[in-house]
Design a protein around this ligand. Structure first.
Ligand code: PNS
Length: 187
């Protein structure tokens, strides 16, 4: 094989996308969906543990129609990217439709959700069953670490709004962003 031909083949090989490789290798890929408005240590714990179980974990920032948001989707994605930079198999994306449609178009076989307490269970079970029936995508529930079982983004926003200290509940950059957003809103 000539030198030029060899380098062309080599370049072609380099260009094989991660997606193609994933489908060839039957990568085990999961999605951690949520509003992440903002990311908490509870979310991060689930993401880290999911990343140890799957070849690739996509963190999908979804629009929850029932909630109003404090941060834009872009801001949430940036905070997640900075906070999860130590994990090699994480991808961050956003989506505003049905979660199962996202799973289908991204070759994702599993949805990973954290369960904090029995109060989460009713709603999460319902969603898992609907999603399974609609698409065959499995939902895996992970028990939230006890230290985070009371934690939610809504609670964090409420505390931050009234000047409460949330530094033990969210990563540093999220804490700073919360303080800045509360100061901007001026109430
Ligand atoms: O962090 P959240 O707000 O509890 O996350 C909920 C979310 C966004 C994962 C959920 O509302 C969702 O999956 N929304 C996408 C639309 C969808 O697929 N709904 C389920 C149909 S039963």
């Amino acid at each position: 094989m000539g030198k030029q031909r060899f380098s062309t083949v080599f370049l072609r090989l380099k260009w094989i996308s991660a997606d193609l490789l994933a489908s060839v290798c039957h990568m085990k890929r999961a999605v951690c969906p949520g509003s992440f408005d903002p990311l908490t240590f509870g979310h991060l714990d689930i993401i880290e543990r999911a990343s140890a179980q799957f070849d690739e974990v996509v963190i999908a920032v979804l629009v929850n129609r029932t909630k109003s948001s404090m941060f834009t989707v872009q801001e949430r994605m940036e905070m997640i990217a900075k906070t999860t930079a130590h994990l090699p198999n994480i991808r961050i994306d956003s989506w505003s439709g049905l979660l199962v449609e996202y799973c289908k178009s991204n070759d994702i076989q599993s949805i990973v959700k954290g369960l904090r307490a029995v109060t989460d269970f009713d709603y999460e079970l319902q969603m898992a069953q609907v999603n399974l029936q609609a698409s065959g995508v499995e939902t895996m529930f992970m028990a939230t670490a006890p230290a985070h079982s009371f934690l939610s983004s809504s609670l964090v926003k409420e505390l931050a709004h009234y000047g409460g200290d949330v530094s033990s509940m969210v990563p540093k950059i999220v804490n700073e962003a919360l303080k800045a957003r509360v100061a901007e809103s001026g109430n």
